[in-house]
Write a protein that binds this ligand. Sequence first.
Ligand SMILES: Cc1cc2nc3c(=O)[nH]c(=O)nc-3n(C[C@H](O)[C@H](O)[C@H](O)COP(=O)(O)OP(=O)(O)OC[C@H]3O[C@@H](n4cnc5c(N)ncnc54)[C@H](O)[C@@H]3O)c2cc1C
Length: 403
Amino acid sequence: MSRAAPRPVDIAIIGGGLVGASLACCLAPLIERHGLSVAVIEAAPMGNLAETAWQPSFDARSSAIAQGSAERFRDMGLWDAMAEQAAAIRRIHVSERGRLGVTRLLAEELGQQALGYVVPNAWMGRVLHRRLAALPLAWHCPATVEAIVPEAEGHRLTLSDGSQLRAGLTVLADGGRSGLKARLGIASDEAPYDQVALIANVEVSRPHGGTAFERFTREGPIALLPLPGQQMALVWTHASGRETARLAQGDGDFLAELQDAFGDRAGRFRRVGSRHAYPLTLITARESVRPGLAVLGNAAHALHPVAGQGFNLALRGVTDLVAALEQALEGGESLGSLTTLGDFEARRFADRHSVIRFSDGLVRLFGIDHPLLSHARAAGLVGLNLAGPLRRSLARRAMGLER
Ligand SMILES: Cc1cc2nc3c(=O)[nH]c(=O)nc-3n(C[C@H](O)[C@H](O)[C@H](O)COP(=O)(O)OP(=O)(O)OC[C@H]3O[C@@H](n4cnc5c(N)ncnc54)[C@H](O)[C@@H]3O)c2cc1C
């Protein structure tokens, strides 16, 4: 069967998950002002775009969203809808199990209503995809990219739905799931943490008052993030293999073990929803840009969720890419040129490295089980409580709420 001639598009986004969908929404003003043609290719079937159901990116997780990210969504005209199911983080409480040190941060100390927000991923997906449905995009779903071939002015993409695209700029936002990065010869550094994040929603016996908890235990960090009502989003890190039993055990036993590991500071754990596990590896792509190609989100960097930074970092990448594209359009530069993409990479480099170093360092610092280091950490947390600016910075960064 002969295939139709390739359809030219300015931008092809591979992956319509959190990052790809955010990028498409962020491009809306450029689509309108400059008549950009954009195609989004998403592998997971979504049915009706306005009724996004379960899929790999918009799953049972909830994300800590920094104020800066909320502002970015506000600029895209999406925050009011996202806020309908968001809970504000008004306090952050960081502690280490078995040690006295605690550091706290209150929004009112900083003269703010909230330090950040927690939004269910499935709801973010719903809001993003409703907006996508209203944009003049070519939406290929479910479809994957079967072949990607570099050409003089971009890439030629062959899709599983039979179409072919010739894209001036291709953005890889597939979460690193498609194997395309490797097929393009983009190498990645991978450092497994030998840990698995078990996530679930839990109900607590008393109002959380907007408190987010980060508790470091011998097994790994436990984060509890506020959700509307008395629900909290749990991210419980386990040594690889230890999560299997906890995924399988009855709710009562699970809640009792969680209570034992976490203590009483959030009240009693009363109920737990479905549990899911995510193996954790630090993955960083060695290249983020090539002529006609940009790599974004988890495809560029998959981080440990301890500091809730992955998506916040990626969203800054989305807005910096769109800013570089806007500048190119205004200056008559091509979207996929190395001048345009080099400008984007220059904006991203320092931020990306500092966030990766910070969240990786946090996991490793609290992962070392040595009594002296443990005392030093406890003293550090107590000291931080006294040292205002440092404490604010650590607590905000630990929750992914500061750039
Ligand atoms: C347990 C956990 C908790 C987290 N908590 C936070 C947090 O609180 N705050 C925060 O900022 N970050 C958090 N993160 C990180 C955040 O979830 C990721 O940064 C984010 O999901 C990355 O989105 P993405 O779109 O790049 O990739 P993904 O979410 O993996 O989405 C990729 C998309 O591409 C599609 N796709 C895959 N292959 C193909 C293909 N061949 N063709 C077309 N489409 C394809 C997939 O179907 C999917 O829709 C957490 C991560 C984990 C694991």
